[in-house]
Design a protein around this ligand. Structure first.
Ligand code: AMP
Ligand code: GLY
Length: 399
């Protein structure tokens, strides 16, 4: 397992539950993952060291968490050495790595997305083309916001485009893909803004929940049939079959669903809410996908709901924090909640902060409301100086 965030801790937790697992290794992992796997001090984007590490350990399957190593070609380098990978090639990862490429693929596949605008006039959205860790999108409702967005986009020094501003509810829909087949996962919702009521700057994600009550299983299947499968077919037609998690960020508009973006990996923090709901053997399914054998596979899902609350550093997203002691993780876990580490480190065997998003607290319940109240009950047992979290995660999802 490649990566070190909350998503990767959730992946490691789900993989560790599989009967078919013999050994789990992580590069680099984090203190939470270290309880489940052997961690190796190799950075996720250090392809030159990851490949020999995987060879030396005789790894059967590599699961890649973050986008940057995929866009940089880590899956290609591993496959060249005969190692199976759940994660797309660099060419297929362009669906996330280049917004212009994603638009071309969607157009060719007939997938509905925001229209590109020939002239920049508010309301509109300015988007940088390449990977920008969530910082390459400016939603502009006024001329002043548009002026600022255009200046910021130019300052990034990448190509950018301007598209129509879509209104509606945002959902994340994931499908596990083997190059040809797509297996839908339950839908989830992410909270991107730092503050309650969706105030303040965009972040990597401050919380999530699953399922999304307004989307039935049949709705999710329908979305995957009209969005993910045509994109998968178009990528295969272009000689870039997609193996991995195809993640569509969608806006449910009054005129139907529209794609905001594709990602070539699991969502963070959606994965922390998704994987605890999976009853089936995730490892077996990811291994089948990596072999191109997803046809007929299924992944039973629990009817329970899950809610994840992100505990972040005081100045996140401007700045992270390091070295501040963290208390109460065992108390939180004693409630039955799952605590996934995102930005933590061990100093003299003491758990301390080490990043922007520090911990993720996930709880299950019969309803979203029940899961929500358990997640917050557990989160309140954890403390570190400057700890902040949103108090309204999953509030609007209701019972
Ligand atoms: P992206 O990185 O493309 O997902 O954009 C980040 C966030 O910007 C999305 O989660 C949306 O909240 C918002 N966004 C992106 N594109 C649009 C759009 N066309 N209309 C409205 N909001 C958008
Ligand atoms: N939670 C959104 C993302 O992972 O990009």
């Amino acid at each position: 397992m490649v990566g070190s965030g909350g998503r990767e801790h959730a992946l490691a937790w789900a993989l560790a539950r599989s009967d078919s697992l013999t050994e789990l290794h992580a590069a680099p992992g984090n203190p939470g993952i270290a309880a489940l796997a052997s961690c190796h001090p190799v950075r996720a984007d250090d392809t030159a060291s990851l490949v020999p590490l995987a060879c030396e350990l005789d790894i059967d399957l590599v699961v890649v968490g973050p986008e940057a190593p995929l866009v940089a070609g880590v899956a290609d380098a591993l496959r060249q050495r005969g190692i199976a990978v759940f994660g797309p090639s660099a060419e297929a990862a362009r669906i996330e790595g280049s917004k212009a490429f994603a638009k071309q693929v969607m157009e060719a596949a007939g997938v509905p997305t925001a229209r590109t605008l020939p002239v920049a006039r508010p309301p509109c959205v300015v988007k940088a083309d390449g990977l920008a860790a969530g910082k390459g999108v400016w939603v502009c409702r006024t001329q002043a916001e548009l002026d600022a967005g255009l200046r910021a986009a130019e300052a990034l020094g990448q190509p950018f485009h301007v598209e129509e501003l879509l209104e509606g509810e945002e959902v994340s829909v994931f499908a596990l893909c083997d190059g040809t087949h797509a297996l839908p996962l339950p839908a989830a919702q992410d909270y991107k803004r730092v503050g309650d009521g969706d105030e303040g700057p965009n972040t990597g994600g401050m919380g999530s929940y699953s399922p999304v009550p307004r989307l039935s299983d049949a709705d999710v299947e329908q979305l995957v049939a009209t969005i993910h499968r045509p994109v998968l077919a178009e990528l295969a037609r272009r000689g870039a079959p997609f193996v991995g998690t195809l993640f569509a960020g969608l806006m449910l508009t009054a005129d139907g669903p529209r794609v905001l973006e594709f990602n070539c990996r699991f969502g963070d923090p959606e994965t922390q809410s998704l994987l605890p709901r999976i009853d089936g053997d995730l490892l077996a399914v990811l291994a089948a996908a990596a072999r191109g054998e997803l046809a007929g596979a299924s992944l039973p899902t629990s009817p329970q709901a899950a809610v994840t609350v992100v505990l972040a550093a005081r100045d996140y997203p401007q700045r992270g924090d390091a070295g501040t002691p963290i208390e109460g993780v065992a108390d939180a876990e004693a409630t039955g909640a799952l605590v996934f580490h995102a930005g933590t480190a061990l100093h003299d065997r003491r758990l301390v902060t080490n990043g922007g998003r520090i911990l993720n607290v996930t709880a299950l319940g019969e309803t979203v409301a029940a899961a929500r109240s358990r997640a917050y009950d557990a989160a309140r047992r954890i403390a570190f100086a400057g700890m902040r979290y949103r108090s309204d995660i999953a509030a609007r999802a209701g019972a």
